[in-house]
Design a protein. Structure first.
Length: 99
């Protein structure tokens, strides 16, 4: 019962964080701040959702696969955000420093 409630807390928190990240992508003014909102929230959102799913599945092959998925996301998401920011800088996109 406690593990099920904890897993639902993780799932709901991950979903809410995903919604907050989407609002940040919509509301922030320039590419770099939007990229920051996406890069931070998608990694933590995925971690919370995968943790909740891991608690739901128990200790099995499924939870091991979820850990592998999280490890892949943990390494690729920040790398992709960095590559996008570098490409934008080399492409001439300037950060908005004032309103």
């Amino acid at each position: 019962m406690i593990l099920e409630m904890l897993s639902w807390v993780f799932l709901v928190a991950g979903g809410l964080l995903g919604i907050i990240g989407g609002i940040g992508i919509h509301r922030f003014p320039d590419f770099f701040s939007r990229l920051h909102a996406a890069g931070i929230t998608d990694t933590l959102c995925a971690a919370l959702i995968l943790s909740g799913l891991g608690l739901q599945s128990g200790f099995s092959l499924v939870s091991f696969k979820l850990v592998l998925i999280f490890a892949f996301i943990l390494f690729t998401s920040p790398t992709a955000s960095h590559a996008l920011a570098n490409a934008a800088l080399h492409g001439g996109v300037k950060p908005q420093l004032d309103d």
